[in-house]
Design a protein around this ligand. Structure first.
Ligand code: GLN
Length: 189
């Protein structure tokens, strides 16, 4: 099994380290040519969604990634990655892949005081450490989207078909259970 981590900007190294520690082969997607290698799953890391979205377009990677997601490739998206997948962004006019039928709010906890830690239940996983950094949350979901977690009533983790998206940073913890969910999705794909 080989998982590709989008590596144009943001916290991609932490995802790579976690996956490698789980014994998984990882490749980085930095430019268009990297997308011609075979891989079975995709990670869209945290960072700045505006910057990543622009780079994917400028580097010619956007349409190839979109096609893979639309074709059912298992994807794990964290934080900015969630914004890139969202069909709607309530406080931004930009749209990116739009494959996840949810409405997301960027920097939903405020820009300055937006970083915090908590532990909450994730459906099918149990109590999980959640690290939020200028995070978005999901305001609403369309039919078919499974809500996996809420923090203070706001949705912070969802699954929809081949896409798992969380507004926090599992790669900054020692807890591999969300990455394991991606691996299981690939095994069952
Ligand atoms: N605030 C960032 C954005 O809007 C997301 C923050 C993160 O990925 N940690 O893209």
């Amino acid at each position: 099994m080989r998982i590709a981590v989008a590596a144009v900007q943001g916290a991609f190294v932490e995802h790579e380290k976690m996956l490698e520690a789980m014994g998984i082969e990882v490749i980085e997607l930095r430019k268009l040519e990297d997308l011609s290698q075979p891989f079975d799953g995709l990670v869209l890391p945290g960072g700045e969604s505006t910057v990543q979205g622009k780079l994917f377009r400028d580097l010619g990677m956007f349409d190839v990634l979109l096609e893979k997601i639309q074709d059912g490739m298992p994807v794990l998206a964290t934080c900015a990655g969630l914004i890139l997948l969202a069909k709607e962004i309530s406080n931004d006019r930009k749209r990116y892949f739009g494959t996840l039928p949810v409405t997301v709010k960027r920097n939903a906890y405020g820009r300055q005081l937006g970083s915090f830690f908590c532990e909450e239940e994730i459906r099918g996983i149990g109590c999980y450490p959640m690290e939020f950094i200028r995070a978005p949350y999901i305001e609403s979901v369309e039919e078919g989207v499974e809500i996996l977690a809420r923090v203070d009533g706001n949705i912070t983790a969802v699954q929809y078909q081949n896409q798992i998206a969380v507004s926090f940073h599992p790669e900054l913890t020692q807890d591999t259970r969300i990455h394991q969910k991606l691996v299981e999705m690939i095994e069952n794909n």
